[in-house]
Design a protein around this ligand. Structure first.
Ligand code: COA
Length: 197
């Protein structure tokens, strides 16, 4: 126990963490170095830039790298996908410009899901209670018909229910019920979605 009442060994610079002891060797990225390197380059050339405006080659490449991609995926320029082999997308989804699917753990998008511009799906975290700042990864699921508004941030471990709406700029830290409309930081229910047909 140190003077602050917790069990951290405080370092001389006052830090409660020692990042030099961070060890993520247990984490399995799901593919070897070569495939990850190849994806890195392809992602840079095809997905992260604006040179390839058409969607069919992107769908083909995602499938080639192990993503489960349904029909009709629209994927705009400047999209970051960490590991395609940890991505499943249903039919007729849209992924907007600047979206970032940081899928250290599985990300599943159902069918007719709209991921708007600059959404960040963040599956990684750290155990801040430990001096070693251990890596934590948790999956994210976005069910059929849900809409993530522009610049929404979804934290790992969350399920967005079918037809739910996450308002622009919201930070989702808890599951979102089916057809709920949530907003804010953290996102809280502000209404219920109704369908006019
Ligand atoms: C969530 C959304 C669909 C709600 O639209 P709406 O049903 O017309 O709702 P309103 O504008 O009437 O707002 C209802 C309430 O929610 C609040 N609200 C709406 N959007 C919000 C947001 N992004 N963050 C925080 N609160 C929000 C409003 O301030 C309002 O609060 P009040 O009742 O206290 O005045 C809309 O605000 C939104 O975020 N759209 C996403 C836009 C987008 O991402 N576009 C990308 C193009 S693909």
């Amino acid at each position: 126990m140190n003077t602050t009442g917790n069990s951290f060994e405080q370092s001389t610079d006052g830090s409660w963490v020692d990042l030099s002891r961070f060890d993520n060797r247990w984490y399995c990225p799901g593919r070897g170095m070569f495939v990850r390197g190849l994806w890195y380059v392809i992602s840079l050339l095809v997905f992260e830039g604006a040179c390839v405006p058409c969607y069919a080659p992107k769908r083909w490449l995602l499938r080639l790298f192990g993503a489960k991609v349904g029909r009709g995926l629209v994927i705009k320029p400047r999209v970051w996908i960490k590991y395609p082999w940890r991505l499943a997308v249903g039919d007729h989804c849209w992924v907007g410009q600047g979206a970032w699917i940081d899928n250290l753990a599985d990300v599943r998008l159902g069918s007719h899901v709209c991921v708007s511009q600059q959404v960040y799906i963040c599956t990684g975290s750290h155990d801040y209670r430990k001096q070693t700042f251990d890596l934590i990864t948790r999956p994210v699921e976005v069910a059929n018909g849900a809409w993530l508004g522009a610049k929404a941030l979804v934290i790992g471990g969350v399920t967005i229910g079918a037809n739910a709406i996450v308002a622009a700029g919201s930070v989702v830290t808890r599951d979102v019920p089916v057809a709920a409309i949530v907003a804010g930081q953290p996102a809280r229910p502000i209404g219920e979605r109704r369908c006019r047909g």
